[in-house]
Design a protein around this ligand. Sequence first.
Ligand code: GCU
Length: 680
Amino acid sequence: SQDGYDLWLQYYPIEEATLRENYSTQIQGLITYGSGATLDAAVSELEKAYAGFFDASIPTAISIKENSLVLGTRDNLPAYVLPSLEGEFTKINSEGYIIKKIRIGNTPATVITAETEAGLLYGTFRFIKEMQLRNAIDKISITDSPKIQIRVLNHWDNLDRTVERGYAGFSIWDWHHLPELIKPEYIDYARANASIGINGTVLTNVNASSVVLTSAYIEKVKALADVFRSYGIKVYLTARFSSPMESGDLETADPFDPEVKQWWKDKADEIYAEIPDFGGFLVKANSEGQPGPNNYGRSHVDGANMLAEAVAPHNGIVMWRAFVYSEHDPDDRAKQAYSEFVPFDGQFHDNVLVQVKNGPIDFQPREPFHPMFGAMPDTPLMMEFQITQEYLGFSSHLVYLPKMFEEVLDEDTYVQGEGSTVAKVIDGTLSNKKLTGIAGVANIGTAKNWTGHPFGQANWYGFGRLAWDPYIDSEEIAEDWLKMTFSKDKDFVDEVSEMMLDSREAVVNYMTPLGLHHIMDTGHHYGPGPWVGNLDRPEWNPVYYHRADSLGVGFDRTTTGSNALAQYAEPLREKYNSIETTPEQYLLWFHHVPWDYEMKNGKTLWHNMAAKYQQGVEEVEDMVKTWNEMEEYVDEERFATTQMLLQIQLKEAKWWRDAVLLYFKQFSEMELPEFVPTPE
Ligand code: GCU
């Protein structure tokens, strides 16, 4: 629809006559085996899609006949169907699916099957997607399984419906009217997530309120969990560490205190009595002022394990965040999480995952991968990506994030030799992990189109796809999304997917090229602010990160500086220790580089920096041009919205270029190259 509400789940009439004919021949009668809410959800999605594609109700059958569409888990399928699926079940895991055109005797039929109902639902969405993409289904044969187990969105949503770092309106959770009022949005949210395999949602902000753990709120959470369950989605909550003192009446939250332990056990029992499949807790402790075990002289392990014991009897998990840095350690914020957590490797309980942001600072346009990945082989580490664009132009800028997620997942940690990629740490294959997970900080709000910027939807979509399979190409994701969201026209898809893929490098170029980072204006993190240096906590100041002076610019993290590099494995350590061998994209992340340093192209650092900022602006100009030519493929509303937003992005890319270059010019004392227009 024009307002974008339907996301990528648009089931418009199939216009192409032969395809329409062919698809409907292939779907002669739907027949389902088994029963359950998730199967019902799958059937209802098929009905919706069929009605949209063909403007008719999906035909049903009571027994398998020619070209039936058969839906059922392995246990529920009639025994005579199974021989035609010989060998297929060995290819999938418990959440995977099989979609296959088979012959039962002489009767051709399409089967969607799985080990579990959730798998069946995923298979159904995949089958529908094949038709959305206009792929042939008459010989369909697809098996697929998620490679990561826990695939969750993290909503930084407060109970008053404000969303921390949310740029798409207010929280979609209408706490005031829950548990009674179940909004259609909740169901559509669940459908969208299930369609890309997301199987969990953390409803509340990591900067948590203990109010959500009170009985009144547990009832509200239960109402949401009841909706999401049918879509294979588990609900999780953030647990404020001091809750026993706030929503309970204890005098301490010391994890070694027997009453505190008991309080959490009772709380878990209370939650599980209402929500038997409650996922567990996500915890931000002793970070940015949040309470935690350190307040009582206890460690992260002590805190995490106490909560883990409370949820373990119910098969719950604890996701304990590693995003910690303290004002008492002025050395280098980038090193702190590693120093605090790595010594605890192997000491966390089995149902604890340590959740690590993709980079060691904070969701920058580009960061090297977090050195904790690979450094804790005996602890399951889960990835935390940020889908909401806190440091990337909010929902005003078009930035296709899967390109960045892919870059991080593909990075080689070398911890077990070449090929030890971050993806292999996350999916557990590198050190044989039983529990695996990935989280994305959601960009969803009450905006009609969910994400504010129409292209923000692609970041939600792409996160889900990479959570399911961290090895797929971000280009394929962009193409799928465009075809399902806008148009299947080849010219459109080619041009616009290229624009999306390039948008990531564009934002790096016009905000933080060459390894610069955290020079956004402080607090809100929107727009440039490299000059800010007066905040109390040193590591909240941009000057802390760029360290510009008359000699040069950049943060020396080598052996002559903070030696954060020591946290990476060889050969990275050695490679990044020298300016010459550091990839230019990380140059100023690891080095303080003289302004007149001669770079690979023979030009000075200053010249190259100016060129990058200028290039960023030109790349946005190209995006504007590309989009302007797409009018014929896109409905008026989304075309115009995107067009206007791109103008904001262009204006702000110039703002970034001019502000940062004029600021650094005071230090470099060098002229701006001619290709940079005189700042207005
Ligand atoms: C960033 C962000 C905060 C958030 C924090 C976190 O610092 O600006 O709003 O709470 O990350 O991830 O905990």
